[in-house]
Design a protein around this ligand. Structure first.
Ligand SMILES: *Cc1c(COP(=O)(O)O)cnc(C)c1O
Length: 389
């Protein structure tokens, strides 16, 4: 796994990412400090959960220490164990796989669709074996997977559906918020995502039956949540668990962001649309492919990428942009090509698009408050690369 992302702030460079900051975060953090309540499940944790439950129309939203940890909780709750198989795309972040590897499962990596870079749902049925227990979907760049055929297949084969919606806050599939459609959904509030709390995430689910166990897993295997609600008079070790509850300080930062979610989203969308329009002619001239948004998807401007002709062109493109003061990056080396991927999983069928498409992709700077001047600089740098090449 190599990641070229560089978040170092260099003078005069347009950063790839700057964590979102709206200006009210300190006020809320101070409030948490004054309340003398710094561990989790205080006022801000609860406010954040309620905000997600209301705004994403989901029955349960538990704030977690990361999306990685939300995925781990989903893996435990899904009951996946040794010798079970879990199907997922190879083109994803390592956490999608690690959560299930930790349960002893074998990973079956499938190919992606070249248009959205999401798992190709048409390949799914043939990848299912008697050992398959779950399908994990990744909504890459906040662009929805085609959920209906996956849900139908999962129902027919008795499989659980987990959504890695790390990049998907505020994005939708046929009107439904990502992360609320399958059995479990996992969000990320890492500083590279649309909204942040530094490090953090959330586990979303609709089933009331899952709540008690989810709370126990998140509280080190104890029923402390019930104890704090006065539902039991002492708390004790009930089940397997870990420490997945974030601090109130982080939740307070996130609360500031939730309050300005629309403003952040509007600004990101403006950047995305500006890039998209600006690169239309490059696409028509055959130099690049732009992101594709299928009719069932409402994206959230999480990412803007261009696909170049091939790996060599991308390498030249990224270093040229750097010379021009623009940090562009690539990411995800397909998991099935990695050391751990070979150890813990196998690729199903033919790798028609995963490797080829991932090698062509370059991400452009996109963050809240990037500003029109920087947007124009990025566009000009990209266009000048193609004038010279
Ligand atoms: C960011 C990301 C994760 C990990 O999120 P953390 O909150 O950093 O643990 C997992 N999956 C995908 C697809 C991601 O983009």
């Amino acid at each position: 796994m190599t990641i070229s992302a560089s978040y170092a702030i260099i003078d005069g460079m347009i950063d790839f990412n700057i964590p979102p900051y709206v200006g009210t975060e300190e006020k809320y953090i101070q409030e948490a400090i004054q309340k003398r309540k710094l561990c989790g499940d205080g006022m801000f944790t609860k406010r954040c959960s309620r905000w997600m439950e209301e705004n994403l129309s989901v029955r349960h939203a538990l704030l977690t220490t990361s999306c990685t940890h939300a995925l781990e909780m989903a893996a435990v709750l899904s009951g996946v164990g040794a010798a079970d198989e879990v199907i997922m795309p190879s083109y994803t972040f390592v956490s999608t796989a690690n959560a299930f590897v930790q349960r002893g499962a074998r990973i079956v990596f499938t190919d992606i669709r070249p248009d959205t870079m999401n798992l190709d749902e048409r390949l799914l049925e043939d990848a299912i074996t008697p050992r398959t227990r779950a399908v994990v979907l990744v909504h890459y760049a906040g662009v929805a997977c085609d959920m209906d055929p996956v849900l139908e297949l999962a129902r027919r084969h008795g499989l659980l559906v987990v959504e890695d919606a790390a990049q998907g806050l505020s994005a939708r599939y046929k009107g439904k918020p990502l992360g609320t459609i399958g059995d479990y959904g996992c969000l990320s509030f890492h500083e590279t995502k649309n909204l942040t709390m530094g490090e953090g995430g959330a586990l979303l689910f609709q089933a009331d039956e899952a709540l008690e166990r989810a709370e126990i897993i998140r509280e080190k295997g104890t029923n402390r949540s019930k104890f704090f609600r006065g539902q039991v008079d002492k708390y004790s070790w009930m089940d397997y668990g870990s420490s997945y509850l974030p601090s109130e300080l982080n939740a307070a930062y996130l609360w500031g962001q939730f309050m300005e979610c629309e403003k952040i989203q509007r600004d990101r969308m403006e950047t995305w649309n500006f890039y998209h329009q600006a690169f239309e002619e490059l696409e028509q001239a055959g130099y690049v492919s732009r992101p594709v948004i299928p009719p069932y998807a409402e994206h959230n401007a999480h990412m803007y990428y261009l696909k170049l002709a091939d790996l060599a062109t991308r390498t030249r493109f990224i270093s040229y942009l750097k010379e021009q003061g623009v940090m562009a990056v690539f990411h995800y080396v397909p998991l099935h090509n990695s050391v751990a991927g070979k150890k813990f999983g196998r690729f199903f069928g033919e790798d028609k698009y995963t490797t080829k498409e991932s090698e062509r992709l370059a991400r452009l700077p996109l963050y809240y408050g990037i500003g029109q001047e920087n947007r124009e600089k990025v566009v000009e740098a990209v266009k000048s690369f193609f004038r010279k090449n």
